[in-house]
Design a protein around this ligand. Sequence first.
Ligand SMILES: [Mg+2]
Length: 401
Amino acid sequence: MQTGAPTLTETAAAREAADLADALASPPPEAAPVATLQPGDMPVRKIIHVDMDAFYASVEQRDNPELRGKPVAVGGSAARGVVAAASYEARVFGVHSAMASVTAKRKCPDLIFVKPRFEVYRAVSQQIREIFADYTPLIEPLSLDEAYLDVTENLKGMEIATEIAAEIRARIFAATGLTASAGISYNKFLAKMASDQRKPNGQFVITPKNGPAFVEALPVKKFHGVGPATAERMKKHGIETGLDLKTKPLAYLQQHFGKSGAYFHGIARGIDERRVRPDRIRKSVGAEDTFSEDISDLALAEAELRPLAEKVWRYCEAHDIAGKTVTVKIKYADFTQATRARTLAANFARIEEVLDVADQLLATVHPFRRPVRLLGVTLSSLTTSGGEADASAEPQLDLGL
Ligand SMILES: [Mg+2]
């Protein structure tokens, strides 16, 4: 779900990497001019990525003592159910989020399924954001349980970002009884990667000095912004680690990975210029899938719409987003495409409503003028519990499938 990849020229990237490393390795005396940072270069930022540990499952274990110490999956146990979150006890068995519930149950026969309570998760999320707001207005939530904080200039006047992270985690625990992990670094990508290093209930720092080496050693499939499909494509190009990625020139990455190429080129060097953007709101959330064989049958096509709609719906639930427009995209074997959309008077309340409308829209183009090679489902006219979406804000999000 990579979006908004920054553009960065190769020379600018190299220069900034050197500048960032110099800036930390040998800070110049106060009075001396800063020789390594050129005018217009970005100063070193202090970014914290805070990520709650097994969030939904931890909330359920907190609120129901009988679930503590046991393998718990939040999500539906029905035939088509999906695990939204797994407790650490369940993860030991290989159960993880986005896994089909039947698969999870097979891996862990004692797994206890609990229905999600999004209103509770939203309330806890609000508590956490109020704590963040004591430190900085630059808070960018990624979901109910994760956010980036830019604490370069913070409201407490604290110098050391690791101390801020430790204090925030302690306050979250005191207020909610839940643990959080944190990554601290000089950009969003590395902060996000760092928060995974000492989970649960830990934190990890990546400095400008050790950032490039950290990235080189990391498998690209762990990179934020590299989904399973992209990781597979990278593997075909001989790219399995950050170091492999670093050897590929910018033009090569742009040729093979499109507009994400520049982002990949940057992060391979520990460079990520994306700003922490508070209150970003997306205009639409969509998922699409290209089929291994083209489809002519309406029932088959409808069956393919379901997982797409489910993916969009799960994302919206986790991000507290609602929408009232559904768009179905149909791309034919000859690469021509059609889109059909419908807007309701009110937000969709249940996924079945989304599916009904999507099926009806699909039926309007059947019989298909050519076999169908790709289908997409998008939800738009979005609102969050915070209010109406701002049309000038974040553009479309595409969820890879
Ligand atoms: Mg989390």
